[in-house]
Design a protein around this ligand. Structure first.
Ligand SMILES: Nc1ncnc2c1ncn2[C@@H]1O[C@H](COP(=O)(O)OP(=O)(O)O)[C@@H](O)[C@H]1O
Ligand SMILES: CC(=O)N[C@@H](CCC(=O)OP(=O)(O)O)C(=O)O
Length: 317
């Protein structure tokens, strides 16, 4: 059926009006948006992402962008002939690979996003976990099949000082953060080394330290699947307790991603959301529509959840 022009205009107006209660709810609040390297698949998508971030800013929300860049690091390592592998969803990082991780994340992926956002105005400031003492990390391994595995120069965040990010946000800027962090030793002193921190982990730590209202993670799947890779098993909403039970069944990149979401929820972030970054403007659809998209993760257990699909009551389903 052909939609009459009048109806089309009404649909546009309806979409704008639907956004109003969500703008009221989130205005003045901080929101951490993690943009995964696998979701940055083409220039149009990256441009749409930058538009969404500027839109959020002008809707009165304070977006803080944390970006990944796993595939971009892979291609630079390939070009340089440096081998690298992932264990438990984390890159085994030699000191040679660490130079590349730092160069690609801070010097390439971060710079490009800053440029795209700033094509709309003087908003974005590139930042890394090394700047102004933002992050501190200590070396971490991972457990694979019950065995402790050494990952080299991979870090878990031990401290966040968000004051410089708060200053930037308060002065109307949009921070764009890359996830490398100075290492602290067992004595709590800086060792002089820099560690590779998974970007989901860094985003969750920042969301917690900044008291963010929401952590949105853009990736290259529609959300979390109960029986990956069965595409009929997409989960629209899950509580932290249910996710905790599911953790041992997860694979590859979903392991650090879901561990990060749990960390944020346990630290008081009211909701985290996994969204398909391959869909243009997915952030706007997630934040400003009542249906929401992707997988919503909330604290507590199924019993502690009230049905919550309005801005006043809580979360989009
Ligand atoms: N249960 C699951 N649901 C969805 N994706 C899963 C699941 N288990 C593993 N994955 C994998 O996790 C990937 C997302 O993680 P990752 O590759 O690290 O993305 P990003 O670069 O966005 O951080 C998906 O592309 C998919 O291959
Ligand atoms: C320790 C570890 O695995 N670090 C990641 C950092 C980048 C990242 O997390 O990028 P995505 O969000 O695109 O996956 C890496 O080296 O690939």
């Amino acid at each position: 059926m052909e939609i009459s022009p009048e109806t089309q205009e009404q649909k546009k107006a309806q979409a704008l009006i639907e956004a109003l209660p969500w703008i009221q709810r989130f205005s003045g609040k901080r929101m951490v948006i993690k943009y995964g390297g696998n979701a940055m698949i083409n220039e149009d998508l990256r441009r749409a992402f930058a538009e969404d971030i500027v839109f959020l800013h002008h809707a009165g929300i304070h977006p803080i962008v944390v970006h990944g860049g796993g595939p971009q690091i892979n291609s630079m390592l390939d070009r340089l002939g440096i081998e690298s592998e992932f264990k438990g969803g984390l890159r085994v990082t030699t000191s040679e690979a660490m130079d590349v991780v730092r160069m690609v994340l801070t010097g390439q992926v971060g710079r490009e996003l800053v440029g795209l956002i700033n094509s709309h105005g003087r908003y974005a400031v590139g930042f890394s976990g090394e700047d102004a003492g933002l992050l501190r990390a200590k070396k971490t391994g991972t457990i694979v099949d019950g065995e402790e595995v050494d990952l080299g120069l991979v870090g878990e965040v031990t401290a966040v000082d968000p004051s410089a990010i708060v200053d930037l946000v308060d002065s109307g800027r949009i921070p764009v953060i890359s996830s490398v962090a100075p290492e602290v030793g067992d004595d709590g002193q800086l060792t002089g080394d820099v560690l590779n921190v998974n970007a989901d982990t860094a985003a969750a730590e920042l969301a917690a330290a900044l008291g963010a209202e929401k952590l949105v993670i853009l990736t290259d799947v529609e959300g979390l699947y109960a029986k990956w890779p069965d595409k009929n098993s997409l989960i629209s909403m899950l509580t932290a307790d249910e996710l905790r039970d599911m953790m041992p069944t997860l694979e590859s990149g979903m392991i650090p991603k879901m561990a990060a979401c749990l960390k944020a929820l346990d630290a008081g972030v009211p909701q985290t959301h996994i969204v398909d970054g391959r869909q243009p403007h997915s952030i706007l659809l997630e934040i400003f529509t009542s249906e929401g998209i992707g997988t919503l993760l909330v604290p507590g257990s199924p019993e502690s959840q009230a049905p919550a699909t309005t801005p006043e009551s809580g979360a989009q389903a």
